[in-house]
Design a protein around this ligand. Structure first.
Ligand code: CAA
Length: 278
């Protein structure tokens, strides 16, 4: 299969890697050459890590050769599948999905890795929306087994089944969600992160003890505050805003502390400071 991944950020590069690892030919596109360069070296080091552990047997150079980096989206016009993994802004996705619609074959699958924007809303930017579906990966993509497949009103059952098989062939374990804000994962995760921030705000416990509680008491690999830093506090805030706006329910209301950190550009690991310093 030939797959075009649009956006070479954290998620896009991981998605490109897992498709290439599974033997697919991948076109990785981004408007920024630096993002493409960084993606290539990041994918190589991730593959080296997996190879050292014996999780991949194939030669790394052969996997890397399956990935072509380009700034030209049109280079992927003969793709069987497109996966959009650009920034979570409706306007950006609108313009991009319009461009993909123009170049994609009528029978190509157009997927979006959105974690919070409505699939139904995004489907209105795609011509022939019956080829459009949500395919939500988790960070770090090469490690996390889960993919949420999100079905919009206009997504046919046949496309859900086909996407399910494609995801399984990547060695991932998919779940299927209807198009409701936050799907399954963020609907459940965001109230937990929010509650952890409120426990901190109310002075009930230190950040270390809050995270320790969830790590040692519930066997989570990361505590909720550490995880928010890992996801990015800006992304966490964006997702909470969508949930709060769409459901109108205070259990999704972004806490002030989260907003303050984002306003101060303390966005978590990527800026070396969030709830913690890195
Ligand atoms: N490529 C390849 N291997 C990687 C990797 C990568 N990018 N990142 C980590 N690994 C591997 C490491 O090699 C290591 O392997 P071994 O244990 O076999 O040696 C393993 O993963 C663990 O890595 P580390 O030892 O470096 O660190 P860790 O034990 O702290 O694990 C982690 C890191 C996998 C990120 C773990 O902390 C974890 O699972 N955290 C939770 C992640 C999570 O919940 N992600 C979902 C976020 S939500 C999201 O993405 C969606 C959304 O919509 C917000």
């Amino acid at each position: 299969m030939k797959v075009t991944v649009i956006g070479a950020g954290t998620m896009g590069r991981g998605i490109a890697q897992v498709f290439a690892q599974a033997g697919n030919s991948v076109m990785l596109t981004d408007i920024y050459p630096k993002a493409l360069e960084d993606a290539a070296s990041n994918i190589r080091s991730s593959l080296e890590r997996l190879s050292r552990k014996g999780e991949i047997k194939e030669n790394i150079d052969i996997i890397m050769q399956r990935i072509t980096s380009t700034q030209e989206l049109s280079a992927g016009s003969d793709s069987d599948m497109f996966v959009e993994a650009v920034i979570e802004k409706v306007e950006t996705k609108e313009s991009l999905l319009g461009q993909i619609s123009q170049i994609a074959r009528r029978d190509a699958i157009i997927g979006t890795n959105t974690s919070s924007i409505s699939i139904n809303q995004l489907s209105s930017f795609v011509t022939y929306p019956e080829r459009f579906i949500g395919i939500h990966f988790f960070n770090p993509v090469p490690v996390m087994k889960l993919v949420e497949i999100v079905k919009g009103e206009r997504t046919p059952e046949s496309l859900v089944r086909k996407t399910f098989e494609i995801v399984k062939a990547l060695g991932k374990d998919p779940v299927i969600s209807q198009d409701f804000p936050g799907f399954i994962s963020n609907r459940v995760l965001m109230p937990m992160i929010r509650e952890a921030i409120l426990v901190l705000e109310e002075g009930i416990a230190t950040k270390n003890d809050i995270d320790k509680t969830m790590k040692l008491g519930m066997n989570h690999p990361m505590g909720p505050l550490e995880l928010a830093d890992f996801i990015g506090l800006d992304v966490t805030l964006d997702i909470m805003e969508v949930l709060y706006h769409e459901y109108g329910d205070p259990r999704f209301k972004p806490p002030v502390t989260l907003r303050n950190l984002v306003n101060a550009r303390k966005l978590g690991r990527k800026t070396n400071e969030g709830f913690y310093k890195y």
